[in-house]
Design a protein around this ligand. Structure first.
Ligand SMILES: *Cc1c(COP(=O)(O)O)cnc(C)c1O
Length: 429
């Protein structure tokens, strides 16, 4: 069969029922799995046979959904995690431990910024943040002998800047290092980072992949393209024997599946950030409609962005699809079919005006969330990023005026009418 199109993969990848089996992917709501002999079970613990034995490590529902996401991204293997935070933690910690160093773009999700800048430091991992539009020379200057990976977001949250994936991948690879890309906002419908040279992709599945706002989850996907063995001295965890599995070496035993197998058998075993099978089921349902929904999010966002850009009470709008936007060229290259439903904008006037505007919204809700069917708004400097200083805000690419607007699946006319009304109310003081 020829390679299926992405809309077909959304519905079918990862689960094809046999005769008399459920049409919808089943939830395997079971902690453990039965074996007949002690030896059968023992072989699983030695990673000599593959099979399920305890849901903290692997569960069939989770694996079906992970396989669906791997197919959408064009990767060889994936694992689900309990949250997007856990996904980014595992993706990095799998290859970067105490004594290691990593480079991250600076304009990233606030939670990830904290994880890297604060918690990783406590774990003995140093992170250098670099502006994603810095020159090659400036990026080069951040590398150290103990650097293990480079990290960025395809579309940054909340600034919605577009990462020049090809350029960053080339630089990472020239140092023998992988590029990890958080692809939460575009989803594989609008961008597949592996096609541009990224090696590992992460997701907060909490966002568009779920799309209804019912679960918190994450995913790590491996392209299978990075040659760990060629840089074995940098990645001893993958390329030398693991004493916790009787001296097995992941690259030798699992080839292209080494990275995900290590993440599952070491990190999931020890940290236990598993996605509940029930949540994986919701995620699988969400994925079935991902292509249809993402298209509608984008269409709606285009209409709202055009309205905001033409409103005299609006100071600026950042939406990469707008001509003249600083990110427009990169958007045409990496996100030609559309970016996502999230945009950033600021209103003219002071903080009090902005607050009156947000408080006057009726359909649009103030929420610490983005990227589901409900349109919502957030002011990062007052909400998600409030623990950052003004300088850290600037470094994270977050303008103190910036409001993040996530366009849902309602009718665009109603969304625009709500914004229009709230701006009028705010003007009345
Ligand atoms: C939300 C988000 C995360 C964190 O995901 P959770 O599921 O909330 O843990 C990571 N990266 C990006 C880009 C996000 O938008």
């Amino acid at each position: 069969m020829t390679k299926q199109k992405i809309g077909t993969l959304c519905v079918h990848a990862g689960y094809q029922p046999g005769k008399g089996e459920p049409r919808q992917m089943p939830i395997i709501q079971s902690t453990t799995f039965k074996y007949n002999t002690s030896d059968e079970m023992g072989r699983l613990f030695d990673l000599e046979d593959s099979g399920y034995f305890y849901t903290r490590l692997q569960n069939p529902t989770n694996d079906m959904v992970a396989a669906r996401i791997a197919a959408l991204e064009g990767g060889v293997a994936a694992m689900l995690t309990s949250s997007g935070q856990a996904a980014n933690f595992f993706a990095c910690f799998n290859i970067c431990e105490a004594g290691g160093h990593m480079i991250s773009t600076a304009s990233i999700y606030g939670g990830t910024y904290n994880l890297f800048g604060t918690t990783f430091k406590k774990m003995g991992i140093d992170v250098t943040f670099v502006d994603q539009d810095a020159s090659d020379e400036e990026i080069e200057a951040a590398f150290r002998p103990n650097t293990k990976l480079v990290f960025g977001e395809t579309l940054s949250n909340p600034g919605v800047r577009v990462l020049d994936i090809e350029r960053w991948a080339k630089i990472a690879h020239s140092h023998g290092l992988p590029l990890i890309v958080d692809n939460t906002f575009p989803t594989p419908i609008n961008c597949r980072p592996f096609e541009w040279g990224a090696d590992i992709v992460t997701h907060s599945t909490t966002k568009y992949m779920d799309g209804q706002g019912v679960h918190v989850g994450g995913c790590v996907v491996d392209s299978g393209n990075f040659d760990w063995e060629a840089n074995a001295d940098k990645f001893p965890g993958l390329c030398t024997p693991d004493p916790s599995y009787h001296g097995l070496t992941y690259t030798k035993s699992f080839g292209k599946l080494a990275y995900i197998t290590k993440a599952t058998s070491q990190l999931m075993r020890d940290f236990g950030c598993i996605q509940a099978p029930q949540n994986a089921f919701y995620l699988g349902l969400g994925l079935q409609t991902l292509e249809v929904r993402v298209k509608r999010h984008v269409e709606n966002a285009r209409k709202v962005a055009a309205y905001l850009a033409g409103n005299e009470l609006v100071k600026w709008v950042h939406f990469s699809e707008l001509e003249g936007d600083s990110q427009h060229e990169l958007q045409l290259k990496y996100l030609p079919g559309g970016s996502c439903g999230v945009m950033a904008f600021a209103v003219k006037g002071d903080r009090a005006f902005a607050n009156r505007f947000m408080d006057a919204l009726k359909l649009i809700t103030i929420e610490t969330h983005v990227a589901d069917c409900h349109t919502c708004i957030l002011h990062p400097a007052s909400h998600t990023h409030r623990q950052l200083t003004d300088q850290q805000l600037q470094e994270a690419g977050v303008d103190p005026d910036l409001m993040r607007l996530s366009i849902g699946l309602e009718d665009a006319e109603d969304i625009i009418a709500d914004i229009d009304n709230a701006l009028k109310v705010a003007c009345e003081g």
